[in-house]
Design a protein around this ligand. Structure first.
Ligand code: CO
Length: 336
């Protein structure tokens, strides 16, 4: 490589151009304060000051903050819908985020008996309690505390998701992620991730669990997902400060699950039960508010395709939706 650009004055012009052209920063390479590699453009910058790195890492401001809405789903499970409701029906490629968090068995015991899915992926992440998954083709898995499951429904599955406890705290999340049109009818695939396979990172005043993508030098166990997701769970003590690069091409959001977290360059406080949508930029900044806080942070490459969704099916057109309901009625949903 030639000379290092003059990092200590302004953002180098070639870098700005590369960003505008959609260059993607490999997150792992942002870890070192003094070494940034731009994969897509082939540029290398050495010796940048911490401040300059911060200037372009700290890019994403909070565009919108939404309160999760209480609702019921499945056979009568009480939950909070943070994404996918009336306030924000879609944050491409993310279709839905639900939180169930209760120690009242009446709120969760009914579970989610047999129901179909086609055309997208469901991601379950448990904090407390246990959930059992079983589909009509004989696939089965049990998610304990700290475990995750990334299920690609693809062409179709019919499954049940039932609590495996009769008392105590049940706390978990389900995220729905869209599939591109070309891959909506692929064979179903399960990635069952026990708690000890989720990448854990101990940072100053913070602990992060990485489910998918690379954050803070660790790569999560989920692989081969079309939208190149980043999914991590960050617990921050008061005063903790985390910066994480996110690809410029991606949409990103955070959902606060405990306490409060300050986000973005302006440090806007987002409280438990609130979803923060990040604007465009190259990274996210999280700071632990007084009392500390915890948040799920997610980013994914938008698909920019039409969405036709109803109930458990997410397709591109009304015709494909009708076909999904028809296939379910006639028993062909899971027959490829
Ligand atoms: Co389901």
């Amino acid at each position: 490589m030639g000379e290092a650009p003059a990092c200590n004055t302004a953002f180098p012009v070639p870098l700005q151009r590369a960003f505008r052209a959609g260059a993607i920063l490999p997150p792992a390479m942002m870890l070192s304060r003094r070494h940034v590699l731009l994969g897509a453009s082939g540029l290398t910058i050495l010796g940048c000051s911490r401040k300059i790195l911060r200037d372009f890492q700290a890019g994403r401001e909070i565009a919108q903050v939404l309160d999760a809405q209480g609702t019921r789903d499945g056979a009568g499970v009480s939950l909070k819908r943070a994404l996918g409701g009336r306030a924000l029906s879609y944050l491409d490629p993310f279709l839905m985020l639900d939180e169930f968090h209760t120690d009242n068995p009446n709120d969760y015991l009914a579970g989610f008996p047999d129901h179909p899915h086609r055309g997208f992926e469901t991601v379950t992440y448990m904090v407390h309690g246990a959930m059992e998954h079983r589909d009509t083709l004989g696939n089965q898995g049990r998610l304990g505390p700290g475990a995750a499951q990334w299920m690609t429904a693809g062409h179709g599955i019919i499954h049940s998701e039932m609590p495996r406890q009769e008392r105590g705290l049940m706390w978990g999340f389900q995220l729905w992620v869209n599939l591109p049109a070309s891959r909506k009818l692929i064979p179903p695939r399960y990635q069952d991730i026990p708690a000890d396979r989720i990448a854990e990172v101990e940072l100053e005043k913070a602990r992060v669990r990485v489910v998918a993508g690379t954050a803070f030098g660790k790569t999560g166990p989920v692989s081969g997902i079309d939208v190149e997701p980043l999914y991590f769970d960050a617990a921050l003590q008061p005063g903790a400060e985390l910066e994480q690069a996110t690809p410029l091409t991606h949409n990103a959001f955070a959902y606060v699950t405990e306490g409060a977290v300050r986000m973005g360059p302006s440090g806007r406080e987002v409280r438990a039960g609130q979803l923060a949508v990040f604007g465009p930029g190259d990274g996210v900044v999280l700071r632990g508010a007084a009392g500390g806080g915890r948040a799920l942070v997610m980013a994914g490459r938008p698909l920019r395709e039409p969405v036709a969704r109803r109930g458990p099916f997410v397709m591109n057109t009304e015709d494909e939706l009708r076909q999904a309901f028809e296939d379910h009625r006639s028993g062909r949903l899971t027959v490829m």
